[in-house]
Design a protein around this ligand. Sequence first.
Ligand code: PLP
Length: 397
Amino acid sequence: MDLIYLDNNATTKVAPEVLEVMLPYFKEEYANPSSIYEFAKNANHTVRESRGVIKDFLNAANEKEILFTSCGSESANTAIRGVLNMNKNRRHIITTKVEHPCVLNLYQTLEKEGYKVDYIGVNSNGELDLAQLEEAINYDTALVSIMYANNETGVIYPIEKISEIIKSKNKETKFFVDAVQAAGKIPIDVQALGVDLLGISGHKFHAPKGIGVLYVNSKTLITPLIIGGHQERGKRAGTENVPYIAGIAKAAELAADGMKYELTEVKRLRDKLEAGIIKNIFNSRINTSISNRVPNTTNIGFEYIEGELILLHLSDLGICASSGSACTSGSLEPSHVLRAMNVPFTAIHGSIRWSLSRYTKESEIDYVLKVLPGIIDKITALSPYQDELANLKRLRG
Ligand code: PLP
């Protein structure tokens, strides 16, 4: 059975070209890049060169603005804690209701530490309420943190516009963007976006798990999260992870080269999957179909049935996707993103996120479209909501 991997927002496969550039640093080129002897020169050069590649990938003004971290979560935690520690007199933070848990759970902790956090809502398409955001910014606001693209729906937030709003209300407020789901899918230009800090994670764009980047512009001061040696200009201690740094730089180069393909071909396959499901399965609904989404993602609700059951049936056929709800300790916890969008309760539990990559083949999409109606029929037949389903069928024909 061939694997059909449509869960690329969870993680991606390491590109063969990426693995290839990493391997020498596990074998012969294992030197610590901070060492001064000749043997360390290549490792040192690789770290410097990779920093330059990432600077170009994000269009940062200076290589000194690029920090290597271990993941997107570390980038977010470093940015948020780092900014707040440098601005101890300000105690107000603004974020959204649809952030990733690595941001939301940190804000819950900060609330317990005495910070006031405002959570901006979204409409039924997942779009942010910018008026609410503008109103919330005040003299005490230390930080606004908003993701670039949502991991569950793919919705892209208007970062450039948000930057303008923030600067017009309070020039001292710092802006952190979690761009983990944007990197590799849409171009990122930190200068045009006008952001102060921005985080990405290698494993979402075909580098391995365990490497991330935090962009911190030269005007923004942060304290380190990890204290120790002088690495990363004192902003993140720990011997540089040379193979992974080489890997994320290669992945960024490949992503930049493949951006056009992502925006056209990957999008075409995503749209084909989406249209095919909606056409052939009466109890399906696209949870947001706005055009301002990353090209690889769609989130589709199957009404009156359970997403986990769908995933298990798909898994039996080697198809990987993910559910909008996480099953924790026996109780079904519906997705906070879909709840914030007011997705009907009848569809939230049956919502599936499909996320493609440049490796997704058209034949794989065709296969999913062939087998999915049968799977949904089988599960729908067992649903306790037969009257509601009959009504829906009448309505949607
Ligand atoms: N932010 C977003 C939007 C994500 O989707 C993820 C991972 O799913 C993260 C942050 C965390 O990234 P990492 O797994 O590298 O810590």
